[in-house]
Design a protein around this ligand. Structure first.
Ligand code: NOJ
Ligand code: MG
Length: 535
């Protein structure tokens, strides 16, 4: 296998599709696999390399697919296995890789495994889940909290025991200390790998193993009342246990029974703990998702520090990655504001490491306001009114100014953004300097300049609102200057090297401009510079 093929996930740009909201093909207001097939040409036009689908498996949809009742099927709302086979064939024909979401931490309470496990204390599947006797007072076995509100333990009258659920009670956690559970999920992985999927994004991978003694979690001294209640405790004993790394290495081994697959881990941890998920000798996940940009204060200095900390924390040989948005966090254009969204795009696509784009961010989609009677997200339903709801970042993709934005012929399952008639793929593709065309130009430039992929990251001292860095390898150098501020700023060229030319500005109007002496940046402008052609 040639190096290029083995390297695809390092060079590639990933794109997350939330299947319910990408494209509906059968007029039920819910996106589906045939809809995704229809939109593959858009993704190749955009220039991304790999598509990650949030879960498409049979599910009661208590958590919209993250509660799986059959790991090797397709939920009828998304289509059939034939549709899936057609999707993977079409994706591969278009040169796109396909990544599935693996949700091994928990199943649906409707999964046959759990139904069996629940049926009696001595059922052979009992130990596939986490059952504990009540505390002496009859209450839950310990103080662990569910991320979606309340205790993480649900009482089962019939057997007189509690089962553990890190998320909804309809999402019982599997017992990953049980060998049969591991083997069952590894077989699920093989099922999809044999179909040709190019890898998995593994849901809450840092949750898989819990403390063997189920000790109480300590209280969080930094808890703030405006935060969700599960943050009252630190998850010292319920997540991020040392033994999890053995499991991840086993999973990695399963992917390596096949050629050129990738294992991505969903992990929300501070950087210094996140990097442990590359595993001993890099035998863990190839890409433990780096979510640092999802929660940072948006300033040049804060972002500069995150990059420096991450670069420093990475084990030798570990490949970095960056994420700007996903289906659990507010839209980037709302977090940083529409004026800074192009700067965020330039940052994501010029940093060292594989970028993951969240569908719709490339057209500047913003958080959509959800009226109380439109709320679908169980997190918002259980923990209302403090802004944890995830519906606002999962609204339908805005394709055109047509009725229902070209997403569906029926009213969509979540409301459309009010501005969809102006902010949509069709209108933004036609507008020369739109954010969508900026994304395309950035992706094309990243492809053209190998230093943007393989080059080193070199911070360049800057001050104020400007973030300045170089990407360099033997093939060349690029300088990136990002103005995080809403006023113009200047950088002296002694900082960046003489005789540069603008390769791309976020405002899309300076290509080819020669820069000598001083680089002037307009408000909210980012530029990529390269050595002047004549030099
Ligand atoms: C993380 C997923 O991204 C989120 O959407 C889901 O609710 C939880 N895991 C539980 O599966
Ligand atoms: Mg549909």
């Amino acid at each position: 296998m040639d190096q290029d093929n083995r390297d695809w996930w390092r060079r590639g740009i990933f794109y997350q599709v939330y299947p319910r909201s990408f494209q509906d093909s059968d007029g039920d207001g819910v996106g589906d696999l045939k809809g995704i097939i229809k939109r593959l040409p858009y993704l190749t036009r955009l220039g991304v390399d790999a598509v990650w689908l949030s879960p498409i498996f049979p599910s009661p949809m208590a958590d919209f697919g993250y509660d799986i009742s059959d790991y090797t099927g397709i939920d009828p709302s998304f289509g059939t296995m034939e549709d899936f086979d057609a999707l993977i064939a079409a994706a591969h024909d278009s040169g796109l890789k396909l990544i599935l979401d693996l949700v091994p931490n928990h199943t649906s309470d409707q999964h046959p495994w759990f139904i069996e496990a629940k049926s009696s204390r001595d059922n052979p599947k009992r130990d596939w889940y986490i059952w504990r006797d009540p505390a002496p007072d009859g209450g839950p076995p310990n103080n662990w909290l569910s991320e979606f509100g309340g205790s993480a333990w649900a009482y089962d009258e019939a057997s007189g025991q509690y089962y553990y659920h890190a998320f909804l009670a309809q999402q019982p956690d599997l017992n990953w200390r049980n060998r049969e559970v591991r083997d069952a999920i590894y077989d699920v992985m093989r099922f999809w790998l044999r179909k040709g999927v190019d890898g998995f994004r593994v849901d809450v991978i840092w949750h898989l193993i819990k403390d063997a003694e189920f000790r109480d979690n300590p209280t969080n001294p930094h808890y703030r009342a405006d935060r969700p209640p599960h943050e009252k405790l630190l998850t010292q004993y319920s997540t991020d246990q040392l033994e999890v790394h053995t499991v991840i290495t086993e999973m990695r081994g399963v992917t390596e029974e096949f050629d050129n697959r990738v294992l991505i881990g969903e992990i929300y941890l501070p950087l210094h703990r996140l990097v442990a998920y590359y595993g001993n000798d890099l035998r863990g996940a190839q890409m433990p998702f780096n979510f640092a940009l999802l929660s940072t204060l948006w300033s040049a200095r804060a972002v500069e520090m995150i990059i420096a900390d991450y670069e420093k924390a990475l084990p030798p040989g570990a490949w970095p990655n960056w994420v700007l948005g996903n289906h659990d966090r507010p839209r980037v254009a709302s977090r940083v504001g529409p004026a800074q969204a192009p700067v965020a795009a330039m940052l994501l696509l010029t940093l060292r490491g594989t970028p993951t784009l969240y569908y719709g961010d490339e057209i500047g989609m913003r958080q959509v306001a959800i009226a109380p009677d439109q709320v679908r997200d169980p997190f918002e339903k259980n923990v209302p009114d403090i802004g944890v709801g995830r519906d606002g970042c999962r609204t339908p993709m805005q394709w055109s100014a047509e009725r229902h934005a070209g997403f569906s012929t029926a009213p969509p399952w979540l409301p459309l953004a009010q501005d969809f008639a102006s902010d949509n793929v069709a209108s933004l593709e036609a507008e020369r300097a739109s954010i969508l065309n900026l994304y395309k130009a950035l992706i094309a430039l990243r492809r053209r300049l190998p230093q943007l992929v393989h080059g080193s990251y070199e911070p360049v001292a800057a001050h104020g609102d400007v973030l300045l860095y170089r990407r360099r390898n033997t093939e060349g150098v690029a300088v990136i200057a990002l103005n995080f501020g809403a006023v113009a700023a200047s950088v002296s060229s002694s900082a960046i090297g003489f005789s540069n030319e603008v390769l791309l500005s976020t405002l899309m109007d300076r290509q080819g401009e020669k820069v000598e002496g001083v680089l002037d940046l307009r408000a909210n402008e980012g530029v990529i510079l390269g050595p002047h052609q004549d030099d």
